[in-house]
Write a protein that binds this ligand. Structure first.
Ligand code: ZN
Length: 137
């Protein structure tokens, strides 16, 4: 069997992690709410929006750093950071926020087995979310 390249593993993890983030907290009909503006929509229509931007490798795949956002907040409004920060402070204890602040300054290189472990972990997490919308895919 051909070994997957690191790049293809990274792409796979990006995809799996994005589905994990967008379905997390969705209602039974598959609707989720943007953490910045509160708009509700089918999870497929939103983005996995990073609090510390995705180029920070130390927090790129940290579930505390990535949440459901509508495309206009994540894209056109460049993350709608003020409201995102409000959500973060309302949701996480200071120790988590300190953690993320520390981690986003670290440069993390994921190895092949790190990537495989994370793919497995987030695939499993998604499998256990049973919504009618998810069953289609
Ligand atoms: Zn929004």
């Amino acid at each position: 069997m051909k070994k997957k390249t690191l790049k293809s593993l990274r792409n796979r993890l990006d995809a799996v992690f994005s589905v994990f983030v967008r379905t997390r907290g969705a209602d039974p009909q598959g609707y989720n709410s943007c953490v910045s503006c509160g708009r509700k929509m089918p999870w497929q229509d939103g983005d996995a929006g990073h609090y510390y931007r995705r180029q920070h490798t130390g927090t790129r795949f940290d579930p505390r750093n990535v949440h459901f956002q509508c495309k206009s907040c994540n894209g056109f409004r460049a993350g709608n950071v003020a409201s995102y920060a409000r959500y973060m402070y309302a949701t996480y204890p200071q120790s988590d926020l300190d953690d993320l602040d520390f981690l986003h300054r670290q440069s993390t290189k994921l190895t092949r087995s790190d990537l495989e472990d994370l793919i497995e972990k987030y695939s499993m997490a998604v499998v256990h979310i049973k919504t009618p919308v998810l069953c289609r895919s």
